[in-house]
Ligand binder design. Structure first.
Ligand code: NAP
Length: 255
């Protein structure tokens, strides 16, 4: 099935969900701009995706120069679909985490998402056509002890995306919020055994990317892949915040 968007820029396309976004989009005939730091991986992916035009853009989204380079690319030649997928996470008590890494997390997970949305959405509104997928997480729906900065960064992405979607819907721009639960990627190298009880509720990265692309194609705001995670997300949102806070404060999610 050919996508309604003919070009897309995907951040964090060198591994995990972003790499699968690139595969799903190429499969549906979409030309690509692939963004990440590890260009060797992006070049290899570009070779694999030989049925569409693929451009590799090396950028560190934790740096001003990196974000500015991607903004410039979006200004020079606007894309029809933006996928803000790049993200980092770290766990542990906030007082003991590496402050530089926490700082990078806010820059990559929050500021880059906001800046690239701003760069992409103007031309989309002017054209009356476009799509944005912002990758948040179920982690953004609750204050996670042991992941204070990560869960807060994803709470930003969730709220920002919901507001942006409401602002540009009438201009023909579809904004989709992807909120996965646990996904088998390099972000979680120490996950549970695949055939364990816990492992069975984890998601495959290709299915996650496909779910979000289908959602933006249909103009849906929410993409929560997996019935188990839709149930969890619905429950967290239905419970009073005080109760959620009480439950999540009892255990350290990073251990
Ligand atoms: N895995 C999960 O369980 C899970 C659950 C919910 C949400 N998510 C979200 O899904 C998104 C993708 O994560 P993933 O699980 O696929 O992890 P991953 O395999 O570690 O991929 C992360 C991607 O982000 C890129 N990236 C990281 N820092 C960057 C920087 N400074 N500049 C540019 N690119 C950068 C990486 O590329 P380079 O290192 O090459 O730059 C890589 O391509 C993230 O936003 C994450 O928060 C993941």
């Amino acid at each position: 099935m050919r996508l309604r968007y003919s070009s897309a820029l995907v951040t964090g396309a060198s591994s995990g969900i972003g790499l699968e976004f690139a595969r799903v989009l190429a499969d549906r005939g979409c030309d690509l701009v692939l963004v990440a730091r590890r260009t060797d991986r992006l070049e290899a992916l570009a070779k694999e995706l030989s049925t569409v035009k693929v451009e590799v853009l090396a950028a560190d989204l934790g740096s001003e120069a990196g974000v500015a380079a991607v903004e410039q690319r979006l200004a020079d030649s606007p894309v029809e679909l933006l996928v803000n997928n790049a993200g980092i996470a770290s766990g542990g008590p906030f007082t003991e985490t590496d402050l530089d890494y926490e700082d990078q997390m806010v820059k990559v997970n929050v500021l880059a998402v906001m800046r690239l949305c701003r760069a992409a959405v103007g031309p989309m509104v002017a054209a009356g056509h476009g799509g944005i997928i912002n990758v948040s997480s179920i982690a953004g729906e609750q204050p996670l002890r042991g992941y204070a900065t990560y869960s807060a960064s994803k709470a930003y992405v969730t709220t920002f995306t919901e507001a942006l979607a409401a602002e540009v819907r009438a201009n023909g721009v579809h904004v989709t919020l992807l909120k996965p639960g646990y996904v088998w990627t390099e972000m979680n190298p120490d996950g549970p055994a695949r055939d364990s009880m816990q492992g069975r509720i984890w998601l495959e990265a290709d299915a996650v990317a496909r779910h979000a692309v289908d959602a933006v194609e249909k103009g849906k705001l929410m993409s929560v892949p997996g019935v188990q995670w839709r149930a969890a997300s619905g429950l967290i949102q239905a419970l009073p915040r005080q109760l959620v806070r009480g439950l999540t404060s009892r255990f350290d999610a990073s251990t």
